[in-house]
Design a protein. Structure first.
Length: 255
């Protein structure tokens, strides 16, 4: 995961500036939980900062230093949040916490970065050991069904156009992807074309792999690691999870 995010860290906040549809859900969950919150793969702090601004004490962990450098830059302008936010640069599969959390978050696609089953079991087992009594784990994933039912294409797709926060240059983000249905892996090449004031294009290629999960598989993984899958929703507003839902948002508690 680290190599990909090291490559895209400088674009990440500008690229995801409009990603806010899940924040109300996390605010609601945080208000209902007792104790501290852990954001696994906190990155540049999109969810971390939002929850801290609402008065919650939030812990973050991420193994990519450039992403955390972006978070640190934001906190320099938000000194009032210093006592609310605690983060570490570490591998969640090896790091040790001696505290327990009332709410643990695997936000937008975070679980997809753990592609091997051994990693998934190790991760969920560690999260279970860090979960407080009556605490909850929330996992936000894309619903695999519609993706696997769609036709394959090797075409170049324009994802979005945005302005780089630092240079002010226009960035055209494109992608080429291939889905390995047997391995449940999405192989995707993200292509960042940065256009400067003279019209010169500088291209940055960021290859990536993400692992899809189906609900029965995820349920078994959670049960294997000491969780009970309590609820599953099809979007961040609590819609029923159905075959063509866009998202698969799972709430789990310890058994």
């Amino acid at each position: 995961m680290s190599a990909f995010y090291t490559t895209v860290a400088r674009f990440y906040d500008a690229e995801n500036r409009d990603k806010a549809d899940d924040l109300a859900m996390y605010s609601r969950l945080a208000a209902e939980c007792e104790g501290d919150i852990l954001d696994v793969g906190c990155g540049t702090g999109r969810v971390l900062i939002h929850l801290a601004q609402a008065g919650h004490r939030v812990y973050g962990i991420d193994n990519d230093r450039p992403m955390l450098n972006r978070l640190e830059g934001k906190l320099e302008g938000l000194p009032q949040l210093r006592d609310k936010i605690h983060y570490v640069h570490a591998d969640v599969l090896r790091h040790e916490y001696e505290r327990r959390f009332g709410l643990i978050l695997l936000t937008y696609n975070a679980l997809m970065h753990f592609r091997e089953q051994e990693q998934q079991i190790t991760l969920l087992g560690r999260l279970r050991s860090w979960l407080a009594e009556n605490g909850a784990l929330v996992i936000d994933l894309p619903n695999a069904g519609p993706v696997f039912a769609s036709e394959d294409t090797d075409s170049l797709t324009l994802e979005r156009i945005f302005l780089d926060d630092i240079s002010g240059h226009m960035i055209m983000l494109q992608s080429v992807s291939a889905l390995d249905r047997a391995a449940q892996l999405l192989h995707i090449d993200w292509i960042y074309d940065e256009i400067n004031g003279d019209g010169v294009v500088r291209r940055q290629l960021a290859p990536h792999q993400l692992r899809y999960f189906f609900l029965p598989e995820l349920r078994l993984l959670l049960e294997r690691c000491g969780f009970s899958l309590d609820q599953v929703y099809g979007d961040t507003e609590g819609a029923d999870y159905v075959a063509d839902s866009e998202r698969m948002i799972v709430y789990a508690t310890g058994t």
